[in-house]
Design a protein around this ligand. Structure first.
Ligand code: SF4
Length: 266
């Protein structure tokens, strides 16, 4: 009986979250040190190591990672993805193409909190320590977003469903002004996050993102915008997969070259 009551309560909480948004508390990852060094500082000096150690201890003390999350229906059948109603659209044709494969989208904002901003602005910090603290906090923010993604997937994806990767305004062809739509849809003030007219977020370590919820198979096949893009040299490419037509074209070229070599050899 108790179990039944609990599941009913949980369902009603999820319904509220879908309608108005909900606050989630995210933990600071235990292996933050490893994440800070991964891909950034491969051969850290002793000074850097101890500076990162201090930065992590400070971060653990002052940051309170929180996220505001809202699940919205995707109104497909248009080149652009409309969220909730026809006032809000994702102004990126490439990202819309992926989101339109989904039936719902999760819009979220996560932050480390205001206290971190105060620590970063402290005059007593030397430039070196400030730089290390800033980089460490950026790595922490990424780790918090990864954690949040796992939580959201467990919370909102039903059987056979999955989340797309996360996209933020400023990525690919989505202008940074897309932040205004996100803030219009999300009661981000509840976690102390605000947006200036020039799209600057406060606190400084804040990330907003959107992820689609769709069928796992379709997400696996087509869920990353870069899968549909031909720009191989793009520094922001997030997968090595190339569209079928591009593969065919290069295959044809290779085929032609091979035939030419064979004919010369003969
Ligand atoms: S490869 Fe670059 S340009 Fe193409 S979709 Fe990905 S991020 Fe955008």
């Amino acid at each position: 009986m108790f179990k039944k009551d609990q599941s009913t309560k949980e369902k009603s909480m999820k319904a509220t979250a879908r309608k108005y948004g909900e606050v989630l508390f995210v933990g600071m990852p235990a292996d933050l040190g490893r994440k800070v060094f991964a891909g950034r500082w491969k051969h850290p000096s002793r000074r850097l190591k101890s500076s990162v150690k201090r930065a992590i201890a400070m971060l653990r003390q002052v940051s309170r990672p929180r996220a505001m999350v809202r699940v919205l229906p995707v109104l497909g059948e248009h080149p652009y993805c409309f969220l909730n109603d026809f006032r809000y659209r994702v102004k990126s044709l490439r990202i819309s193409r992926v989101l339109n494969l989904c039936h719902e989208a999760v819009v979220c904002a996560a932050t480390l909190g205001h206290q971190f901003d105060a620590v970063l602005a402290d005059d007593k910090l030397c430039a070196y320590d400030r730089f290390v603290l800033d980089r460490t906090a950026s790595a922490a923010m990424e780790a918090v977003m990864d954690d949040l993604e796992t939580t959201l997937s467990k919370r909102y994806c039903g059987p056979g469903q999955a989340l797309t990767i996360r996209y933020s305004p400023g990525y690919c062809d989505w202008p940074i002004q897309g932040q205004h739509e996100i803030f219009a849809l999300l009661p981000a003030k509840e976690i102390g996050v605000s947006l200036s007219a020039s799209c600057l977020m406060k606190p400084c370590k804040t990330v907003t993102a959107i992820m689609g919820i769709g069928e796992s198979a379709s997400i696996r096949e087509n869920g990353i915008v870069c899968m549909h893009c031909q720009q191989q040299g793009c520094p922001h490419r997030r997968c090595s997969h190339r569209p079928a037509y591009a593969r065919k074209r290069s295959g044809d070229t290779i085929g032609k070259v091979q035939t030419q070599i064979q004919s010369i050899a003969r």
